[in-house]
Write a protein of this length. Structure first.
Lengths: 275, 228
């Protein structure tokens, strides 16, 4: 039953952690995207020929519908990205090769975006065109769905964990019923009687939290290492670095795990609280 | 020390477990509480222990109204009493010493003090040589004496014995009564609920007799004659 308690807390916190990570990254993307609503980012192939590069450049500079045009070499792209990570920027040392040169275009009329994007995409040397506006609505809808579904699932798992821990502690209490009764008659207070069981429940919760944290942190770190670059290319936004969320997740998981454990224990002891 | 003033206890099904009961027990007395099953003996003890409160009247213990004791102070109230049960209620996985010291450990007494107090009460009940034994290695009488020792280890002013000889043969019962008498001689008040007529008749202590919740007799040097 102890294993069941730990397992249920681990599952609950894994779901909570996954939901939080998804929402965090969506929020970052939303923030970055909204800052550049109307920006169109045009990534060039690393191996673009000089001729193709000039053709793209001329096309853009000759387009009267462009209000703003900025070009970034891959070195500049690397520096910008590194700066956006502030004190964690050192983590990107030596990764300039992973970046591509790109243009940022702001159209005079955002309604021309569709046509502009479909034209530029066909030009040789153009790798990827990020076009933010239509993504925002879709991402917002996804974010809401993730939030609602996540809340429902996590709430259900919290309840399950609560009752599993409560039943586990109840078994322990029943096994020690004689001892509890003697304690009551010799004048032990509720704190003395209930304390060990509450601690036991909290320990189940904390162990579950520790396991969940390790799994979510190591899993997310692996995901980050594999896909953060592609994420940036697809979205012009960076994934939340695992190190940035480590401390907060430890606290959230520990509080939730210990909290559910403690409440589950107290619930199972309510019958024995009669004085 | 103990005073019941017109105490009545009525349960939800309208059963009057105690009906207008009044008596006073002075410090140092030895009192038998007798009556048929269902007479109200257990209810009277529960009222003293503050497991229940009277519907009418007052239960006073050492001058304090037991019913008005706040919930968080009830443990302290019970620390001033020792309770001995018919079924001993020893912890089978602990030795005699540990069963008794348990009552002190939960209050954080230092080890040296625990050893001394446990040794004293074991001597009181003549079980010093059995300190390392487990309950299943003891006779019924020895187990009850361990229970008495545990009840006495905190030097309570009152010892409540609820049918302490109920599971014992006559000879062993007398062992227990001698132990209780010795304890009473040290000044501890004894209130003993019992069906053991021979013990009551032989000891001729004060008798409180309950019948259907009423106190029908309060007699010094009384004999056991339960009303039909």
């Amino acid at each position: 039953m102890g294993f069941a308690s730990v397992f249920s807390v681990t599952t609950m916190l894994l779901m909570l952690g996954a939901m939080l990570l998804i929402l965090l990254n969506i929020n970052i993307f939303m923030r970055d995207t909204q800052e550049s609503v109307g920006d169109i980012t045009i990534f060039l192939l690393e191996e673009i020929t000089a001729e193709d590069a000039k053709a793209v450049d001329d096309h853009l500079r000759d387009d009267a519908g462009i209000a703003e045009l900025r070009f970034y070499t891959k070195e500049e792209a690397y520096e910008i990205f590194k700066d956006s990570w502030e004190e964690k920027g050192y983590l990107l040392e030596g990764m300039v090769g992973a970046f591509q040169p790109y243009y940022v275009v702001v159209l005079a009329d955002i309604n021309e975006s569709h046509q502009f994007v479909s034209d530029i995409r066909t030009m040789p040397g153009v790798d990827l065109v990020n076009y933010s506006q239509d993504l925002i609505d879709r991402i917002e809808a996804i974010s809401r769905t993730v939030q609602y579904a996540g809340i429902i699932v996590v709430a259900a798992l919290v309840l399950i964990s609560f009752f599993v821990i409560s039943n586990t502690i109840k078994l322990t209490v029943v096994a020690r019923e004689k001892e509890i009764e003697v304690m009551r008659y010799v004048g032990a207070g509720s704190g003395m009687i209930e304390g060990p069981f509450v601690i036991e429940g909290m320990l189940f919760g904390l162990v579950g939290a520790a396991v969940a944290f390790l799994l979510i942190y190591l899993g997310y770190r692996e995901l980050f290492e594999r896909y953060s670059e592609q994420f940036f290319q697809l979205s012009s936004s960076q994934m939340m670095h695992p190190l940035l969320i480590r401390k907060e997740f430890v606290i959230i998981f520990a509080v939730m795990g210990a909290g559910v454990g403690m409440l589950g224990s107290l619930f199972s002891l309510r019958k024995y609280r009669r004085i | 020390m103990i005073e019941f003033q017109n105490v009545s206890r009525v349960y939800k099904n309208q059963v009057r477990a105690l009906d207008d009961v009044s008596f006073h027990i002075a410090p140092g007395e030895f009192v038998f509480l007798i009556g048929e099953s269902g007479a109200g003996k257990s209810t009277l003890i529960k009222l003293l222990l503050r497991e229940e409160v009277p519907n009418f009247g007052k239960v006073l213990y050492q001058g304090n109204n037991v019913a008005s004791i706040r919930a968080r102070r009830i443990p302290r109230h019970r620390q001033s009493m020792g309770v001995v049960f018919q079924d001993f209620r020893l912890l089978d996985d602990r030795t005699v010493f540990d069963n008794i010291s348990f009552a002190l450990e939960i209050f954080g007494y230092p080890n040296a003090q625990i050893k001394r107090k446990v040794a004293d009460v074991l001597e009181l009940v003549d079980l010093t040589r059995k300190a390392g034994s487990y309950p299943n290695q003891l006779s019924g009488g020895e187990r009850q004496r361990v229970s008495i020792a545990r009840a006495m280890v905190n030097n309570p002013a009152l010892l409540i014995a609820d049918e302490p000889t109920g599971n014992l043969d006559p000879d062993t019962s007398w062992e227990i009564l001698r132990a209780l008498r010795d304890i009473n001689n040290t000044g501890t008040t004894i209130l003993m609920a019992t069906h053991a007529s021979d013990i009551v008749n032989r000891m001729r202590k004060r008798v409180l007799e309950l019948h259907s919740g009423h106190l029908v007799r309060d007699e010094e040097g009384g004999a056991y004659s339960v009303q039909a």
